[in-house]
Write a protein that binds this ligand. Structure first.
Ligand SMILES: Nc1ncnc2c1ncn2[C@@H]1O[C@H](COP(=O)(O)OP(=O)(O)O)[C@@H](O)[C@H]1O
Ligand SMILES: [Mg+2]
Length: 250
């Protein structure tokens, strides 16, 4: 018998108003050690899907399972303690609090001693944060702020990490560093879901991808296959193969 997926969202119907679904039955699954990208046009429902998984938007139908255990409708603050980390696209750190205070807040579900211990571990993982613990988060660079946002969510050692556009508004260099952090999460055994506008860059660091359009699953598959498929790139992702690959063509 196969182990359950870390995340399995099945036939999720959800939206922001009754009788006005944004997601019309979306399904995804993610295993431990995988980075899975959710891509697709603006307004496709990518953020809504992640919020439905994170307990911030109520699913009117379908279900969400974490390690086989039904978490549909469980509130966001409870999910943090159950092993779900969520980094929203905006407002993911408190600019007027110090780096250390931001980390302490991420550890709210933990006992104080455990939180402090975990902050030590995270500082060892991301030395850039250790050097800036006393600085207000608002003084960090965009890339450092995103690393702090991920680190905050890591306090509770999530088995599932949900990242909504973690590289939006970062320079290519900072985005590359953030993608390294994302790969590191998966290498440490987490299941990682990453929503990205930059489909090509995201797929390059992902194991698999799902293309959503108009609140529905459109295409899914290994990231390499999605990258190599000219049709998908042009129709859904706004890129052409010519710049996508240096592999020899037949
Ligand atoms: N808080 C909200 N209230 C009402 N409608 C929303 C809200 N957030 C998003 N929407 C609508 O839901 C649809 C999908 O949005 P979203 O999930 O943010 O798409 P994506 O992340 O793929 O760009 C859009 O039509 C958007 O206008
Ligand atoms: Mg979005």
């Amino acid at each position: 018998m196969n182990a359950p997926h870390v995340l399995e969202a099945k036939d999720v119907i959800a939206g922001y108003a009754p009788d006005l679904p944004i997601l019309h039955g979306v399904s995804i699954h993610v295993d431990a050690g995988e980075v899975v990208s959710i891509i697709g046009p603006n307004g496709a429902g990518k953020s809504t899907l992640v919020k439905a998984i994170a307990g911030l938007v109520r699913a009117s139908s379908g279900n969400v399972r974490l390690d086989g255990h039904d978490i549909t409708g469980v509130a966001a603050h409870k999910l943090a303690a159950e092993g779900v980390g969520y980094v929203p696209q905006t407002g993911n750190v408190f600019a007027t609090l110090t780096v250390r205070e931001n980390l302490v807040m991420g550890g709210a579900p933990l006992a104080k001693a455990a939180a402090l211990q975990r902050i030590e571990e995270i500082c060892a993982l991301y030395p850039i944060l250790k050097d800036r613990l006393r600085d207000k988060a608002g003084f960090l660079s965009g890339g450092q702020r995103q690393i702090l946002a991920v680190a905050r969510a890591l306090l509770t050692k999530p088995r599932l990490m949900l990242l909504d556009e973690p590289t939006a508004s970062l320079s290519p260099k900072a985005a590359g560093e953030l993608f390294d952090v994302v790969r590191g999460l998966a290498e440490d055994g987490a299941a990682v879901v990453m929503v990205e506008q930059n489909a090509k860059a995201a797929l390059r660091v992902s194991d698999r991808g799902y293309v959503l359009a108009e609140g529905r699953n459109r295409i899914e598959g290994p990231a390499a296959d999605l990258l190599a498929d000219e049709g998908i790139g042009e129709i859904f992702l706004g890129f052409r193969r010519d710049a996508a690959s240096t592999e020899g063509a037949g």
